[in-house]
Design a binder for this molecule. Structure first.
Ligand SMILES: CC(C)(COP(=O)(O)OP(=O)(O)OC[C@H]1O[C@@H](n2cnc3c(N)ncnc32)[C@H](O)[C@@H]1OP(=O)(O)O)[C@@H](O)C(=O)NCCC(=O)NCCS
Length: 327
């Protein structure tokens, strides 16, 4: 049996860099506060004429080039995003058209927050095991477009980016050797964007109050949950694969916050140099964060052939996901 895994990786970040000092023009904050609480120093902001699919197209093309496949070789597309191109249809439909991929199944994995990409990779793996072929998986967020730029509790945390992978079979793939995902829906109100659905349909009043851009986030509770679930799902995926944390060469976690990443690294008992961190450059880019970090780690030579890489992510829902990759 040939292995199932990643044939290629890609990423894209918009050109415009926004510093912490610039946020002080919109809200009562400072570079010192943001760095001390989050580690974030800057983030990328999409240009006014860019939309979600523009970012997704760039990351997808980069991953397809890396995998040496053309649009005709793609048999399915999954887009993980909470900031879609439009409300209906899904971003995957726009992406298929823009890339010139055939009339294959294309769908979004929406609402799973920052855990979305790793979960989508897991779905892609199952689809390849069932059907063969190649699945293009994209994690993309244009979070700065949909969030309230006057809520200092949330606006400073996020950034825009896209990352992508092509999943398929082969002898030379980056093999997926373990995967795990979970959900605790009882905590869905702790990190949520509530307006616009059937519970709170979009209205003039909602728009006037700006509620459609208000992310509800109980920061301290999210922090605690993120640390414990990212740690637990990492240890569990290793145990199920018959491996231990000592076998891991690099941890590539969802880049939520430097303090969260340090706490996860400490609880896992891995030295700091084994945890890949780029949150200082891009902020929290939601479902784009793991593929962007994985791609960057590989580009910077932090991953060698034969390395075992652990991905772990956590997001609204709460959802969590982990994956083991053998390069
Ligand atoms: C949001 C977070 C950075 C806040 O840090 P914290 O250490 O918990 O902050 P505290 O609760 O001690 O302090 C909050 C205070 O800082 C203030 N504050 C919040 N954002 C601020 C900002 N950007 N600048 C300055 N002050 C800010 C609050 O208004 C509050 O002030 P108050 O005490 O007068 O009400 C932290 O809770 C966190 O990282 N949570 C997880 C968020 C996350 O990762 N979400 C995505 C998950 S995928």
């Amino acid at each position: 049996m040939t292995k199932v895994g990643l044939l290629g990786l890609g990423a894209y970040v918009p050109e415009r860099v926004m510093t912490n000092d610039e946020w002080a023009e919109y809200v009562d904050t400072s570079h010192e506060w943001i760095v001390s609480r989050t580690g974030i120093e800057r983030r990328r902001i999409a240009a006014e004429d860019q939309t979600t699919v523009d970012l997704a197209v760039e990351a997808a093309r980069s991953a397809m080039a890396d995998a040496d496949v053309s649009p005709a070789d793609i048999d399915e597309i999954i887009v993980a995003t909470d900031t879609p191109e439009v409300f209906l249809p899904d971003t995957a439909a726009f992406l298929q058209d823009r890339l010139g991929v055939g009339q294959v199944p294309c769908y979004d994995l929406a609402g799973s927050g920052c855990a979305g990409f790793v979960l989508a990779l897991d779905v892609a793996r199952s689809r390849v095991i069932a059907n063969d072929g190649r699945v293009l998986v994209v994690g993309v967020e244009l979070l700065t477009r949909l969030l309230n730029w006057h809520d200092r509790n949330t606006c400073v945390l996020f950034g825009d980016a896209a990352g992508a992978a092509v999943v398929g079979r082969g002898e030379d793939v980056v093999e997926i050797v373990g995967t795990l995902a979970g959900t605790d829906g009882s905590k869905s109100d702790i990190l949520a964007l509530e307006a616009g659905g059937t519970r709170l349909p979009f209205s003039e009043e909602i728009a006037a109050k700006g509620l459609h851009k208000d992310l509800v986030m109980h920061g301290r509770e999210v922090f605690r949950e993120a640390v414990s679930h990212m740690t637990e799902c990492s240890l569990q995926v290793l145990e199920e694969a018959g491996l231990t944390i000592d076998d891991v060469d690099l941890v590539v976690p969802h880049q939520a916050n430097l303090r969260i990443l340090n706490a996860v690294g400490n609880r896992l008992g891995v030295p700091a140099e084994k945890v890949y961190i780029n949150v200082q450059e891009y902020g929290n880019t939601g479902s784009a964060s793991v593929p962007l970090a994985l791609w960057e780690a590989r580009e910077k030579g932090r991953i060698s052939i034969g390395d075992l890489v652990l991905l772990c992510a956590f997001g609204a829902g709460f959802h969590w996901s982990a994956m083991l990759l053998r390069f």
